[in-house]
Ligand binder design. Structure first.
Ligand code: ADP
Length: 477
């Protein structure tokens, strides 16, 4: 295994191992990769103390000095692309080309926010009072807690750490217990990049205990969380008492509307990219395909043809486009959604059952004749199941697309310019893919509305989440 593998916590620049550990498994084979230190309240307290102690010196560096280190961190990721991708695939299961892509995507946030560090401009406001000036500065929020999921074990961390560190904040990170190795590898590279001790800390293990200390701490001024809406609400409630700033990137239930006038080939390409990336386990993956009556049969046929070509398997053992699901619970959810749909009248076009490989592998699936009475219309399936709903009018499609409590990503395909604007404005979501199935890039604001979350990550707006405005009234001039 690569020399980036670590099994301890990373606190104040030290690798800390405790008495208890937990196992990290390869989801493709079910085999043990390594036992990792299991942290709780005590390690979290130590990490918060370290982050608080490191904050004054880190914020006092010039933006350029912080920028140089953050950028170097990103460069090191790219230099270790193969090792990071291999580790990521081993603990998460995504195909190697996707893992390599994620390393690049994750590193792009470090490059981007290294640049933005230097552009955290203030403002001068014309004063309404004589002999005075009004100046606005922007200051780092302070110690930030980050809690991240397993589906993008690197990118979800750098999307938070890069703007936080660029802004002058320090961080305590709790990665997902499913994928701590990628996070720990990032810490190895952070140290090599010259990020000082205490600026970036990692504790993993007992999620509840770590989360409780992070959210209840007076020292931690902000929480940035990516994960389920259920846990996001819980953490927001836990943060209420100390009134922390919050960035929440939560669940979605993305609609993908294909109008009669769409380019079918392009729509299928977009559908494949959006639905089947990471085996359907991204928060912007399509959950509901709405296909207009006139094009319904043709679209489903073309989609099913593309889906049948997907190769499923262990990404470290051969070339595949679909890996396993992350764990048994994920498999169970997919199975429940499909059997519920079939029981309520949906039809299998292709797939529809556990893959012959066993484990947590599931057949890439297309279902026709799905309806809103089915579970998969209400909840994120988070698996390789394309549920296709039929609609007649544009108004009907918009009402259906907006008919969930979520609003992260939405997609639609049309060649009508007026409809493009109408539908884009009518969709209740933070991001809209128009004739495009891939949205994620470091230069654009990623985030949701409704119960999909608060705040935006990436882009020039992303650094604002880690900065406070300070207003200086300068009198007696
Ligand atoms: P997912 O379904 O993507 O695993 P979760 O919301 O369950 O989403 O998990 C996202 C992150 O939140 C993970 O790091 C997980 O360990 C963490 N987490 C889950 N429950 C809690 C909790 N009660 N307190 C703190 N962190 C939690």
């Amino acid at each position: 295994m690569s020399n980036l593998v670590r099994d301890g916590h990373y606190i104040n620049g030290q690798w800390v191992v405790g008495e208890s550990t937990y196992p990290v498994f390869n989801p493709a084979t079910g085999s043990l990769i390594v036992n990792v230190a299991k942290g709780g309240a005590a390690e979290t307290e130590r990490a918060i103390t370290a982050a608080a102690a490191a904050f004054p010196a880190w914020r006092a560096l010039t933006a350029k000095e912080r920028s140089v280190r953050v950028r170097r961190w990103g460069k090191l990721m790219l230099e270790h692309r193969e090792a990071l991708a291999g580790l990521l695939t081993m603990e998460q299961g995504k195909p190697l080309p996707e893992a390599r892509g994620e390393v690049g995507y994750a590193a792009s946030f470090l490059e981007w926010f290294a640049e933005e560090a230097k552009r955290a401009y203030g403002d001068v406001i014309p004063s309404p009072f004589p002999n005075s000036r009004i100046v606005v500065t922007r200051e780092p929020v302070g110690v930030v807690a980050a809690i991240t999921p397993w589906n993008f074990p690197l990118a979800m961390i750098t999307r938070k750490a890069a703007p936080a560190l660029a802004a002058g904040c320090t961080m305590v990170l709790k990665p997902s217990e499913e994928t701590p190795l990628s996070a720990l590898a990032l810490a190895v590279l952070a140290e090599e990049a010259g990020i000082p001790a205490g600026v970036f800390n990692i504790v993993s293990g007992d999620a509840l205990a770590i989360g409780k200390v992070l959210t209840e701490s007076d020292v931690v001024r902000k929480l940035s969380f990516t994960g389920s809406t259920r846990v996001g609400k819980l953490l927001a409630a836990q943060c209420a008492d100390t009134l922390k700033k919050l960035s929440l990137e939560l669940g979605g239930n993305a609609p993908f509307i294909v109008f009669d006038d769409a380019d079918i080939e392009a729509a299928v390409r977009g559908a494949m990219a959006s639905k089947f990336r990471n085996t359907g386990q991204t928060c912007v993956c399509v959950n509901r395909f709405y296909v207009q009556d006139g094009i319904y049969d043709a679209f489903i046929k073309a989609l099913a043809d593309a889906v049948r070509k997907l190769r499923v398997g262990d990404a470290l053992a051969g070339e595949v486009e679909q890996g396993p699901l992350i764990n048994q619970a994920a498999l169970h959810k997919v199975q429940t959604h499909v059997s519920d749909a079939l029981g309520k009248g949906a039809k299998v076009v292709t797939g529809g059952k556990q893959h012959v490989l066993g484990g947590t592998f599931y057949e890439p699936t297309v279902l026709a004749d799905t309806t809103h009475a089915m579970l998969l219309a209400q909840e994120e399936t988070f698996g390789p199941v394309a549920a296709c709903f039929r609609f007649k009018t544009e108004a009907e499609a918009i009402t259906a697309a907006n008919g969930t409590p979520f609003g992260l990503a939405a997609y639609f395909y049309t060649r009508d310019v007026a409809r493009t604007w109408r539908v884009a404005e009518a969709l209740e979501s933070g991001m809209v893919g128009i004739n495009e199935g891939m949205l994620s890039t470091e230069v654009a604001p990623f985030g949701g509305v409704k119960q999909s979350g608060l705040g935006r990550e990436g882009s020039r707006y992303g650094i604002d989440e880690y900065l406070e405005l300070k207003y200086l009234m300068m009198g007696g001039l």
